[in-house]
Ligand binder design. Structure first.
Ligand SMILES: Nc1nc2c(ncn2[C@@H]2O[C@H](COP(=O)(O)OP(=O)(O)OP(=O)(O)O)[C@@H](O)[C@H]2O)c(=O)[nH]1
Ligand SMILES: [Mg+2]
Length: 391
């Protein structure tokens, strides 16, 4: 599957930059292109300069709202970013249109952080503009949810996230939800290592996007997973996960796959990888709430057999029993067996419900505070009424 990737704001831009590197890796290791164009859009010129893999010209690093913000960002005011995106959206469309291999793209992926200003505000508006313009291609979002410490120290983080999520839900074809806090849970040192988190966020997309673009017969699986399968799977709230099992570097020739013991070891390793993929999903959710799911197993050709694929299918069916499950195998990996899982069309996501509820009380609180300020100001005005003014 080939994507057009566009990152908004600092978070979105950096993750898009990571996707540009992913495409470089696919090209160098496998001779495959998985991305037809990578762009970063920001109201902050310095953030655009800080990227490394996205092309440096103004058609790929796109500055919007320069006049309104002095090119210094919108300082968390996502309403302002939404307004700027409506005014400057054409700049982004022009850039996409001029990308050389745009016509080969299967879908768009728009990325941004929900809690900031630029990404949170411009991404929903640009999703709508791109959807109106290119009705025939799905438009997907990847939305990064804030760390816990951001939620507790800054009310605006939750409020911005709620607005962003509600807005994209009505326009995007599917929304990948990625919770920053999940990566810290795994390894606390990651809290300060955004680059590492970004590479973990992007990793599950590697085999997923490569599998359907594979040209060499020996790397095409018994059941190839292509863009059609992915597009059929993706709808609404979506999470993605990735897990792997290392394989022994060398095996004696006697241990052929016909050996039943080896087969069961492979299955065991496959289940281990899938278990990891499910427990490391990009956002915590209940798999039972998913209506569509997908898994892709990738390993050296000798390690993939139908038993393994079937066992993995049974395993996923057990925990996501209401989902239509699509699958594929990709005999490409070396030295490991990995599993990518997508759970899509989630009917409930606790975290999102939580954002909506908390924001509703935040809005009430802000209104109260505003009233209090106004009444105090009236008091001062009242006290000054007999004082002459120089103006
Ligand atoms: N995973 C990840 N999260 C990031 C990164 N940069 C920022 N964030 C998160 O994104 C949110 C802030 O959004 P930013 O992208 O910095 O904000 P922005 O869209 O540039 O908006 P303004 O700076 O307010 O104009 C916070 O929740 C951060 O934790 C990143 O590189 N990776
Ligand atoms: Mg910024």
């Amino acid at each position: 599957m080939k994507l057009v990737v566009i990152g908004f704001g600092q978070c979105g831009g950096r993750i898009a930059d990571e996707f540009a590197r992913l495409n470089g890796r696919a090209r160098a290791q496998r001779g495959i292109e998985i991305i037809t164009g990578t762009f970063a859009v920001n109201t902050d010129a310095a953030d655009l300069t800080g990227l490394s893999s996205i092309k440096r010209d103004y058609q790929h690093r796109i500055l919007i709202g320069g006049r309104k913000t002095g090119s210094h960002g919108v300082g968390k005011i996502n309403e302002l970013a939404a307004e700027i995106a409506r005014e400057d959206g054409d700049k982004v469309i022009d850039a996409i249109r001029t990308a050389k291999r745009f016509y080969e793209s299967d879908a768009f992926l728009l990325i941004g952080g929900a809690a900031g200003g630029t990404g949170s505000g411009s991404l929903p508006v640009m999703t709508q503009i791109i959807k109106d313009r290119y009705g025939d291609k799905p438009v997907y979002n990847l939305i990064v949810l804030p760390f816990e410490h951001e939620e507790t120290t800054e009310g605006r983080s939750i409020y911005n996230s709620a607005i962003c999520l509600k807005s994209v839900n009505s326009v995007a074809d599917a929304i990948f939800l990625v919770d920053n806090q999940r990566y810290v849970r795994k390894d606390f040192s990651l809290r300060n290592n955004l680059a590492k988190i970004n590479s973990l966020i992007v990793e599950p997309f590697y085999n997923l996007l490569c599998a359907g673009e594979e040209k060499k017969a020996k790397y095409i699986g018994a059941k190839m997973l292509d863009a059609g399968d992915i597009i059929q799977t993706l709808a609404g709230w979506t999470v993605i996960g990735y897990g792997k099992s290392e394989l022994p570097a060398f095996r004696f020739p006697l241990q052929r796959s016909r050996d039943f013991r080896k087969k069961s070891t492979e299955t065991h390793k496959g289940i281990h990888a899938m278990d990891e993929a499910i427990s490391e999903l990009s956002l915590g959710c209940n798999p039972m709430d998913s209506a569509r799911a997908l898994y892709l197993v990738s390993a050296p050709v000798k390690e993939i057999n139908m038993d393994l694929v079937k066992e993995l299918g049974d395993y996923l069916k057990d925990i996501a029993s209401k989902a239509i499950i699509r699958n594929g195998d990709y005999p490409r990996e070396k030295g490991m067996l990995d599993v990518t899982v997508i759970l899509s069309e989630l009917s409930d996501v606790e975290k999102i419900r939580d954002y909506y509820n908390k924001s509703a009380s935040y809005i009430r609180e802000i209104k109260e505070r505003q009233k209090e300020i106004e009444s105090k100001l009236r008091g001062i005005d009242e006290a000054s009424k007999d004082i002459p003014s120089l103006l």
